[in-house]
Design a protein around this ligand. Structure first.
Ligand code: THU
Length: 159
């Protein structure tokens, strides 16, 4: 029997330390928080994607009275981007959230289902996606979803 240690690299920074492009993407995600449809949880989430053609795509969570029928901001944005621009890579994703009338004060992290979809997108385009998890002041920067999805499941199991 042996223990396997799995390590991840995550950078924490102040919003003011972000590059100009990354700050623009975070601000873009924040500006779309008002478009979330979250009457049940009151937790609005927004994701902004920067594609390799320079286009920014935005998506927000869209809830449903029959809860599994709703979808998270990250998947709204990724599926829209891949539908509109099927040949363009997603380079960066910024995620922000609003609760109780204000931007949350700890960086929002994607749910497990969204992590799996981000992984599929990275593999499909052979392109790691930089993920910026933002809050009112601090951000976490992750260079690939693999850092937050250890022992991931992918098509290599049945290829
Ligand atoms: N939500 C997202 O949109 N993204 C996440 O990463 C976490 C959760 C949404 C789903 C639901 O509409 C609300 O937040 C509360 O779970």
């Amino acid at each position: 029997m042996k223990t396997i240690n799995i390590s991840s690299q995550i950078t924490e920074c102040e919003k003011t330390e972000l590059s100009k492009d990354d700050l623009e993407l975070v601000q873009s995600s924040e500006s779309f928080l008002k478009n979330a449809y979250a009457p049940y949880s009151k937790f609005s989430v927004s994701a902004a994607l920067r594609l390799d053609n320079g286009v920014i795509i935005n998506g927000t969570n869209q809830e449903n009275a029959a809860s599994p029928s709703g979808t998270c901001a990250e998947r709204t944005a990724i599926f829209y981007a891949n539908s509109q621009y099927p040949h363009n890579k997603i380079l960066t994703m910024a995620i922000s959230a609003f609760y109780d009338g204000k931007i949350i004060n700890q960086p929002i992290t994607p749910c497990g289902a969204c992590r799996q979809v981000i992984l599929e997108t990275e593999k499909r385009f052979s392109q790691p996606i930089k993920i910026i998890l933002s809050s009112s002041n601090k951000c976490l920067i992750i260079n690939s979803v693999k850092d937050i999805l250890p022992l991931d499941f992918d098509s290599s199991f049945f290829d």
